[in-house]
Design a binder for this molecule. Sequence first.
Ligand SMILES: Nc1nc2c(ncn2[C@@H]2O[C@H](COP(=O)(O)OP(=O)(O)OP(=O)(O)O)[C@@H](O)[C@H]2O)c(=O)[nH]1
Length: 427
Amino acid sequence: MSAQQIPVVVLAGFLGSGKTTLLNHLLRTARGTRVGVMVNDFGSIEIDAMTVAGQVGSTVSLGNGCLCCAVDASELDTYLETLTRPSARLDVIVIEASGLAEPQELVRMLLASDNDRIVYGGLVEVVDAAEFDATRVRHPETDRHLGIADLVVVNKADRVQEDELRRVRETVAALADRAAVVTAAYGRVDPELLFDRAARTGDPDGARQLSFEDLYADAYEREHRDHPHAAYETVSFTAGDPLHPRRLMDFLDSRPEGLYRIKGFADFGAADPDHRYVTHAVGRFLRFYPEPWPPGEPRLSQLVLIGAGTDGQALLRALDGCRVTGAAETPEEHALWGVLRYVPEPREDGGAVPGADGAGSGYGEPAEADPPAPYETAAPYDEAAPHDETVPCDDTVPDDEPDDDDPYGDAYDGRYGPAHDAPYDGR
Ligand SMILES: Nc1nc2c(ncn2[C@@H]2O[C@H](COP(=O)(O)OP(=O)(O)OP(=O)(O)O)[C@@H](O)[C@H]2O)c(=O)[nH]1
């Protein structure tokens, strides 16, 4: 992900499932990570906004009803504009959707946003373990919402017996289509599962005095030390050999259950010797941001994988299998086309979006004229289609090889939601 892009996480779930509780937990434990919050209050009493007010510097309450229904895309952009001003120095933005909102509408609006300083950070669905069956009866759309979530938090674990919690968790996992599922009480998930904690080296905030927030977080952590936090695993992969783009796409395409986030750099060797590919995946969303190799930087691929219930060793073995180990395996340039579908197009103004090293890479989010349509038309976000239906990709996209069984040709189902319809060729 480009250094200047701020992940925007959508927090959804039915009324009373514990969204605000989870959000407050994130705010209390973020510790130096600057979290921007958008809260939409259903009705006139801004209880949610008051709950979070004072805990972050940049709280914006939409305050006019259901975000997805009452606020159109241009208004969302206005709020995002405010929160992404460089002076706000936010590291992540969390939008708490109304309990009555359709989360996929909100995700669509984010993906279609003109704001090139944001990147989609995942849809987190909060479920009340104690009310799960009743909620499904009252709101049959629950199953659909779970089917599009990137991470599901089965909350209120303290309110149900262990067996019941296991049953709910299994039902949720079956509905959640490979999403990561964690259980929690009072929304206590580790913030690192959702976003990176900021490392503010060289920043005046990095070596500051203990703030009220730190003291508050310390007290909170002491108070809750005995309560388990929702568990997740992190594994790191480093390879000195380049990765074969097609094999990496195979790996990503058959994303193992529970794998929630992937971040880091990929080196595709001879397929593109000039760039490393900043890799950002959250749930079904995948983007690569090519940027020139920093001078003197060793040619390594380094990926961090974060998931719940994943088999870390199996993930590492699978990634190991993506390495190019001999000259005979050297990927040709076309092997990269599957990857390039997930590279946002350069900004129309020709402006460069600084890469992780601060150098201009020239890659931004897709231009307005070409929003990330495949994500919007991909099965999970197409209300007319059952979410497991395969949506053929745009057949203007050429196969990257002429053979019929190429998985990234016309039959590709766009599960990750490509950044645009045609292979990017503007390098
Ligand atoms: N026992 C128990 N209560 C919880 C837990 N999480 C939240 N609650 C309580 O459940 C109630 C609803 O929690 P909220 O965080 O306001 O839920 P919400 O999803 O934001 O609710 P809406 O804004 O109405 O959609 C509050 O009284 C919380 O204290 C939990 O894990 N266990």
